[in-house]
Design a protein. Sequence first.
Length: 245
Amino acid sequence: MGKLEIAWIRGSNALSIFRTRVCPHIKENTKKLTKSSCSVFVPLCHDQGRLSVLFTRRTDTLKSHTGQISFPGGRCDNGETAIETSVREMEEEIGIQPQETWGTFSRPITSLAMEDVYFAIGYIGELDKLKFTLSENEVSHVFTVSLEELVHSRQEQTYFNQRSQQQWEMLADRMIAEGIPSEDERLNAVKHISTMSEYKMPMFPSPLPRDPDIWGLTAIMTDRVLHFAFRKDGYRRFNLMHTKV
């Protein structure tokens, strides 16, 4: 994917255009969830006039996903919607409430732990006017990456398949049991990975040398958001089915 012409993202109406392009792919999800699901919030902001995405780095003392780059979020409380979970978790982790909450993307992502991870999106304001209160047990620090930089920096990262074919097939069976149709791209991707010893996924380099790259579910969500916002400009979402390792 060559360098894209996306001058509009530097304009004064970038947020409005971005919202118009992304909102057809999101909805106000009122489904009540259980603790078996998770939800995160993708926070957009303006940093020095540039429309950007805010990321958090998890602390090195957490038991899971230690030190990784993520979005604010966590496990749902019983009876919460995905939006309620993501907004609550963002306030708990970084002390910020969104100025605008647009909704959640139509389909969750199924993690390797066989959990449904929903992701909401919205706007939190101008970075220099925000007052962050970081949860010292969960968040080491926050940083932003402009949307323009994200569009032009995506790379691919190779992973060794550490799960057996039987484990992948169990995940596929669960997805089918939950009503995902056989032609769904997520189900096909799981079946595809089950036959591979290695596979590739999207990755975005961190702008801070001390931080790890943006990978895993956070990179997948970022890539999906970019696809919805910039596909008219030529951005193409990473497609696992087109990788051969």
